[in-house]
Design a protein around this ligand. Sequence first.
Ligand code: SF4
Length: 466
Amino acid sequence: MSAETAVYVQSKYAKPAYTVESYNVRAWPGLEMVCHALRQGGIEVDYCSSATAGRYKVVLVSITSGCDWYPFVGERLRWPATARPTVIAGGAGLLNVRPFLRWCDVFCLGRAEDYIVPLVRSALAGEKLEHPSVIYGADFRLDKTYCIDAGTGLYPHAVPLANGKTWRESAYGCQRKCMFCAYTWHRRHVGGLQNEAGAGDVLWGGSAEKTIFELDLARPETWGLPKLRIVGLDGFSERLRRMVNKPITRDMLRGFFRGLAAAKVAPNHMKIYNIVGYPTETEADWFEFLEDLAAADEGWTKIDPQWGIEVHSTPFRPMPATPGACWPMSPINYRGRIVKVLSQGKHREYKGIFYRGNRFWAAESRGTESLPTVILDALVLRGLEDDSETIARLAGSTKFRNASMAHKTAMLERHVDIARLFAGYTWDTLPTRYLASYIPNDKLQNIDAVARKRAGAPWPAEGGTA
Ligand code: SF4
């Protein structure tokens, strides 16, 4: 008998013309783990595309991050009318079902390897599985609570990946608890440190990444330079970092820069992962970072080449079912703005650079995400049933996909209720109030209240309704 179940491969990952970025060379540990669990359970699994989805009874769709929704919806709209499999969506990017109810029959929240076998069996039999982490689109109720499966243990088997490698889970979740992060509030922390979990290495290999916490700041020789190329900071100022539970002090940041300045390795590029646009954030917070860099750079002899500090800023978007879930987002386009503000009209001869000193230059990374990207994410994270029409139009529009950033922004401003999506919410008005993590919601609310106090600045008013 041929398989009745298939994993859906979006065409962007399946094009044979892609030699680097195609399904066969990418590793998909989470999805492959689910396939492995199904095969162990005696369920045969194929791969399918929009052209072949109709041949299967059950099609599994992997949403690894929120941005996967748009190409999926774009393709889903063009599936042949006769293709009517039961569509089961899951993955780490599945954090709100409301705008997607019409395109998927079933949604799996959190880790699915423990319940995927009975779920698919039920779907094949035309039945439903009652499970706290499973939402049937047709039965979704906003006043019900659905639990994100946080997992209880590491997946016990070695999993062969589509790129030919084998992967064994060694850790998941994160030992820290940053206020906005799904990876720690939706998953228990099991196994080693988050950066040892290994999924990243399977995907990208190469450069190491650490948070400044993990470094012995007095001993740069222990940092793993020159392989250490990325460090996490996640806030321009100590106040903001403390607010989001990433208490990297100014002294620690200066200690990190001083350690680099003194390190006995050839200067290189160092990427600093940062988050921009937190509630209560002002440009004074940005200048604190510049001040700390300049202070750490003082007194050293000038060298050439210097350490290049690339500040890679991700605009803040709090994940559902985290303490920061209700926090407002900033509808500002930060791409290019950081360098504009921090350079104060200096260093114009170098694009992107806002600082040049003795041991360091510093620049805004070209990868700062633009406002249109953040708006599309906000629609995914905070969208409602009525937003699905807008999502369908955006997902199906080649004109939108190919538009310039300015044009995209203009189109989004016309069609999307940005004020609503970016507003602060209360725990009763939050569009994803139907979700629960393994930490009870009242505890998340208490932690939220503590973070707001830590902000030490007036909190923007709530305005979101849903
Ligand atoms: S943002 Fe914080 S909680 Fe999330 S993975 Fe990074 S260190 Fe862990």
